[in-house]
Design a protein around this ligand. Structure first.
Ligand code: FE2
Length: 229
């Protein structure tokens, strides 16, 4: 017996057509897509940009004193069983230069908890770096999408002022200007008096979603990055 026969290769060679997909084969059904993804290149029109609804770089905001660099990459901002109203934020990051979604953009997201406190304020004035409570980084997917789960932060007192509830963002993408901003929530009673929130167009509406597993809030927050300076 020849070596190839011993290995069974002779049979494979003689029936090589069996390695090809038959012309009448049915493709494997596509996975159901819960996010209603539309491939950007196939889309007739790119989806509307929110919240500013037009092509302009996203409004910047203050960094504030509570940013900590190097947060872990994860999709859930809060620790397990964190008290508060469950909130899911999703959106897309866009390039103002190319008017296309930005893949691999890095988002730093950080926020106060349901009592309006940052992790500093629970840890003797120092962030517990290993835990990075209520701080994450995310990377946008190949079509610029991102999504995270958290709880709705509360407003908090900062000196003489009460800051409306907000979530901080720091966004970086290759070839684009770094963006520091914040998102706010429509209907917040402290927005009007806040020097930053009152000037910001980045106030999003939250929807209450009910499903068989419970209730949560959902918001969409898209960002448009300007070109590098
Ligand atoms: Fe803040």
């Amino acid at each position: 017996m020849q070596r190839r026969q011993f290995l069974g290769l002779a049979a494979a060679t003689s029936a090589s057509t069996s390695w090809l997909l038959r012309a009448d084969a049915t493709p494997t059904p596509a996975t159901e897509d819960a996010h209603q993804y539309v491939h950007f290149l196939q889309a007739q029109n790119p989806p509307a940009v929110v919240p500013e609804a037009k092509w302009k770089p996203t409004h910047p905001d203050i960094l504030g004193p509570y940013h900590v660099g190097g947060a872990p990459f994860r999709g859930k901002v809060t620790p397990p069983l964190e008290p508060g109203e469950l909130l899911v934020i999703r959106g897309r990051v866009w390039s103002f230069i190319t008017k296309t979604p930005l893949a691999s953009a890095v988002l730093d997201v950080w926020q106060a908890d349901h009592q309006g406190k940052y992790d500093f304020q629970h840890a003797g004035g120092k962030p517990v770096r290993a835990q990075f409570r209520n701080r994450i980084r995310l990377v946008t997917d190949e079509e610029g999408h991102y999504e995270y789960e958290t709880i709705k932060p509360a407003s908090y007192r900062a000196g003489e002022q009460v800051r409306p509830a907000h979530i901080h963002y720091l966004l970086q993408a290759k070839g684009h200007k770094q963006l520091i901003t914040q998102l706010y929530f429509k209907g917040d009673p402290h927005l009007k008096a806040d020097p930053w929130g009152s000037k910001s167009p980045l106030v999003i509406d939250l929807q209450k979603i009910k499903n068989e597993r419970g209730t949560y809030l959902q918001g969409v927050f898209d960002l448009v990055l300007d070109g590098a300076v």
